[in-house]
Ligand binder design. Sequence first.
Ligand code: FAD
Length: 414
Amino acid sequence: MKKIAVIGAGIVGITTAFELASLGKEVTVFEQNSATAEEASFANGCVFSPGFVTPWVAPGLPKALLGKLFREHSPVRIGGLGTKELAWISKWRAACKMDSYLVHRSQLHNLASFSDSVFKEISSRLNLDFEHSKGFLVLYRTPKEQKNAERILQTYKEMGVSFEVISAERARQIEPALSEETTISGGLYFPNDQIANCRQFALLLKDECEKMGVRFEFNSNIQPLSAANPTLIQLQSGHTKFDSVVVCAGVSSADLLAPLGIKIPLLPIYGYTLSAAVRQAIDAPLSGVMDDRHKVTISRIGQRIRVSGIAQIGGDPKAHNTAAFNTLYKVLSDWFPGAAKTSDSVQEWKGARATLPEGIPLIGASRVPGVWLNIGHGSSGWTLSCGAARALSNLIDGRLPGTNLIGFGSSRID
Ligand SMILES: Cc1cc2nc3c(=O)[nH]c(=O)nc-3n(C[C@H](O)[C@H](O)[C@H](O)COP(=O)(O)OP(=O)(O)OC[C@H]3O[C@@H](n4cnc5c(N)ncnc54)[C@H](O)[C@@H]3O)c2cc1C
């Protein structure tokens, strides 16, 4: 039986381990933390959005974001700019050109749709019980914001996305607790998208992995892979040889691969979330809402509300940006005032989205035999995780991936 090491026990590592074990592989997961889903997969927005999924690249986006950068409640922030960030921004600007955008948009949609079907199949087959709710609503405050969004509607139609263009009245029917004080011009409703608790799903799937014999080595900080022996997993305490290694190490993936001469332009784009207990169910969202102006999502996860947003480039990974949290509190209060207990026990969290300039992940073989990649899922890693894992595992097993993986491979490695 083939021995495979998976580095990282975030949602991508766990789904990958699950798929590989389902194909009969002997899998060991190495994780530097003491538990599953402690980094980017810990308290993300929980929006599982195969319909709305969007790469953070688009024609006109650089100019639009620059125009918002210095506003009090800007969705983008600069924490610091070094050579790494500037090089990444230059590649990202090139990817924002129309031809590049159209290709990446449809690749992402293709993967997200596949992921949705895998996610539903696994959840129902294993009867996994995690917090979830159906439907995702995007809200526009002004006719101008709504008109700007209309440009993407044709693309949604061409890709077969199920969505409704809705009025303010319909938005308030879908989410009856939306504040009357905040003006709605209109919105988009994605009935097949959902809110689902990513960390809870990862923990449940880890249990399923263990039932199938997957071994978990927590508190194991893997050293960068060695060019002399790339499938040798090195810990400070010793080493073990595997037939293959799958790198699912989020923002640390580029450092792990660097000694192999594989250069990946992976940048952490920091985001922030708030989680607070529901104060009054009648005042809370039923599922998920996005404020288009601030690019902030408000999700109902069980008895809690999670508010998520902000894309911050650069800066100290550990430092919390008070202004970013203020924006999250403001957007929550604009749409669902009084819904959450924000005066006590709010969990304020910062995470890093491992993002590639084109806004789509790298899934497939690296150029080094035995070393495989499942990295760079950016702002949609939860949505993409099940599909990326199934496709990669099929490839490793010599099968057809199950989705069109053109564009997700090593041709994009520098
Ligand atoms: C604020 C925020 C909101 C988000 N909201 C959404 C959303 O609503 N919907 C959506 O689809 N996606 C969302 N995302 C994106 C999504 O959370 C990520 O894309 C996804 O969690 C990435 O999973 P991962 O397993 O690749 O990374 P991680 O969860 O970061 O896992 C990587 C793991 O590798 C481990 N590791 C790293 N280096 C080593 C090493 N040397 N040795 C051993 N272990 C190592 C880390 O400890 C970590 O556990 C959001 C992200 C953020 C930050």
